[in-house]
Write a protein that binds this ligand. Structure first.
Ligand code: GDP
Ligand code: MG
Length: 161
């Protein structure tokens, strides 16, 4: 069996991460990407998009009916969003750790929201909350051919064979 990746297929987990319009406008794109990159996760898709309101509603469909839903939808479609897919062992769960608690009042220092945001409606970043939502969100935001499969040179130093 040829070894194209050190990581077993089952561990080659992917998550959807988006830098929201506030993060983009505040010049935090490189800061946020840096945190995922230096951890050891691999970027497999990235693009800049202004989502329509309909698209934002699809993305946040599970929150429909919440009092803040319309504001959230309007905000997500108010400007450019950096949509990304990151890959690595445990990236869905640990990505949420890097991001921090939903409300920046509660997110720990050292997390993205803890270090870079102050209010829940402007918390700079989105990350999938589990394997099912990760798959659904990746499929919503990206066409299959937009996901780039490649071997990262760092993999052999990040994972045991
Ligand atoms: P997340 O997975 O940590 O992003 O949190 P949720 O999925 O629960 O909510 C999605 C987004 O809705 C959050 O990131 C917040 O920007 C926003 N949100 C959640 N709860 C509130 C709230 O109580 N008030 C406001 N204004 N926004 C909220
Ligand atoms: Mg969520």
């Amino acid at each position: 069996v040829s070894q194209t990746s050190i990581l077993e297929a089952a561990e080659r987990e992917r998550t959807f991460i988006a830098i929201k319009p506030d993060g983009v406008q505040r010049g935090l794109i490189s800061e946020i990407i840096h945190r995922f990159e230096r951890k050891g996760y691999k970027l497999v898709a990235i693009k800049l998009v202004i989502p329509t309101k309909e698209f934002a509603e699809k993305h946040y469909h599970d929150l429909k009916g919440r009092p803040f839903f319309n504001g959230l939808r309007d905000f997500l479609s108010s400007g450019p969003v950096v949509a990304m897919v990151w890959e690595g062992q445990g990236v869905i769960k640990y990505g949420r750790k890097l991001i921090g608690a939903t409300s920046p009042h509660n997110s720990e220092p050292g997390t993205i929201r803890g270090d870079l945001a102050v209010s829940v409606g402007r918390n700079t970043i989105h990350g999938s909350d589990g394997p099912e939502t990760a798959n659904a969100e990746i499929a919503l935001w990206f066409k299959p051919e937009e996901l780039v499969s490649y071997t990262s040179n760092a993999e052999k130093w990040l994972y045991e064979p």
